[in-house]
Write a protein that binds this ligand. Sequence first.
Ligand code: ADP
Ligand code: MG
Length: 716
Amino acid sequence: MCQPFCEKAPPRRRRFVLDKTMRPSLLDPFFAPLAALPGVGPKTAKAFDRLLRENARVIDLLFHAPVDLVDNRLSPTIADAPIDRHVVFAARVVEHRNQARRGGAPFTVLVEDETADVALVFFRTNPDWVARALPVGEIRWIAGDLKLWNGYRQIAHPQIYDAAAYQKLRAFEPVYGLTEGLHQRNVAKAVEAALSRAPQVPEWLAANTARRLDGLAFVEALRAVHAPAKLADLSPEAPARKRLAYDELLAQQLALRLVRARMRHVKGLSARGDGRIAAKIEAALPWSLTNAQRAALKDIRADMAREEKMLRLLQGDVGSGKTIVALLAMATAVESGRQAALMAPTEILARQHFERMAPLAETAGMRLALVTGRDRPAERRASLEGLRDGAIDIAVGTHALVQEGVAFRDLALAVVDEQHRFGVHQRLALGEKGAAADVLVMTATPIPRTLVLSYFGDMDVSNLTEKPAGRTPVKTVTMPLERIGELVARVGAAMEQGARCYWVCPLVEENETLDLAAASARYEDLRQHFGARVGLVHGQMKGKDKDAAMVAFQRGETQLLVATTVIEVGVDVPEATIMVIEHAERFGLAQLHQLRGRVGRGAGQSSCILLYKGPLGETAKARLSILRESDDGFRIAEEDLRLRGEGEILGKRQSGAPGFHFADLAVHAGLLRLARDEAAAALDADPALADETGRALRLLLYIFGQDEAAPLLRAG
Ligand code: ADP
Ligand code: MG
């Protein structure tokens, strides 16, 4: 099959397309199954699969870096050996205490040197074996974790070496993360075998970058990572880890650029509006657009008019007004005689978008359909039909939009709202519903610049830096849970004045059932106080009931809405002015900021009460005080990154977030910038990755699995 883009490719500048079947055989040893290593039987291989990934390969093992190290060098004396660390010392065996071993009493062997003694204890061991290994009167080398037990030194299940065996020990041994069925020595042995088979790969780094990274070659760095000789070697700043982190980032930046180049290369169709629909929508708005909104629209429209595919991120803090930007951009698509789609992460949000947009769209003459997983079959058939034949201009929906069976006559623009909830694949899948659709992703959790680069490469970014006028900042206070009675009274008084209030209950250990129990209990409790004015919405409710609860709150039929975090994203009830977040200490900063953004949408003074359960740890304290001080989503996101590391900021619930083995963006932001520049320079100089460095860079891509970013690579 001819790739859709090859006919348009300028003949001499062919681009490199990753393909697993083209993997150079030089790399085969890295991609061999682990069972191919000596000493790894089928059972051990299974355990490795659990530890590393399904069908783990040699390279996965090599990327499993040690988390600690053991120092086998002789401790000077027992008296000097540090407690609670792994120690090794020589000692004379003094005595076996093999009393009647009732009730699981351990077999104990006392050993000593001239400074002190240590009890070696063995639970449920064969006493004959112990007696043979530790003959009274002999010197043995003992290795293990030294503990103090009732004031006496003790080591449970030490390793025992005679002089000859001790000579053969490595001075330092790495300590690996394990899983059931694996021991340190299984991993160490397999790693050793893997390293001995590692092929020599050519250097892919530019000479000056390699120098900056201490001149360590890739395989050398792998060896060094698995042979730590001091604690500093385990740090992400250690030269070997830095080199591998850099390689990992470089591979990712290259892959992102390749995808991007391909997307750009697909001749998009130019979508040029004449402004007639957008003008009607703007005229119907009770306010005028902010300058930031205008600027973002200008960027988007310029991209859409170009005959290249757009891939743009629209970042705007909560309440900055992204929705209207999306609607006006979609209007441009419709003006050009084509279609648009908007995908939201939750049912509630999709419905809210639909309900907000429908009246505006209809005044302007656009036809909208809602597509979720919950449509009645007849409705669904009608919507799908309309999208196919073009009777419908705009589809608003959930991920149901990217399912099979949904087809457009001519999709020009795909908008993905609150994109951090979607995986890379879903995000781009919507764009694939059109032959050459432009893609606009909108994010409310401002993503720190370092993360944008890492997740989106050189994606274009528009920022809504300015919030609509007339907003009063939300007053934020913290309050210990013990004072909840006082809070309930205050909320009650505000409700008497007509106030509307969200009351958010947290996720409990990511367990939906417990989560729900907490929210239901609070709901019952608040109903005791306020009766029918209290509503409840949570993730496990039927969609219909969820809608009903939201609508009742929107209309003011209920004034207090108890919710789990389902309301976190995007919900817009401008009349709500109070946000209570229970167990605020369990939420991440960015999430708290999101939740707080649900209030302060109208002109009135809003407040956010962070109820916490003390005592607070240092990090929790820091989080809550940042939130009290700042209303700037970007600053909050940066702080969040600093306090939590990038893994968490996008949320564990997110699927498709690329995990790194070595790169840690909280530490390696500088490396990321360097990698981005190097990737750009390499591809500018050699877009087909065909010259010597280019061919080496291809190896890098395979090694870091970037050929498996298939959804990404297919998204052209
Ligand atoms: P978000 O960026 O969080 O998705 P929304 O698009 O939901 O924000 O907008 C938040 C609120 O601000 C909505 O009620 C919306 O109608 C309103 N809004 C958007 N743009 C403006 C503007 N230029 N002036 C005044 N209000 C605006
Ligand atoms: Mg929104």
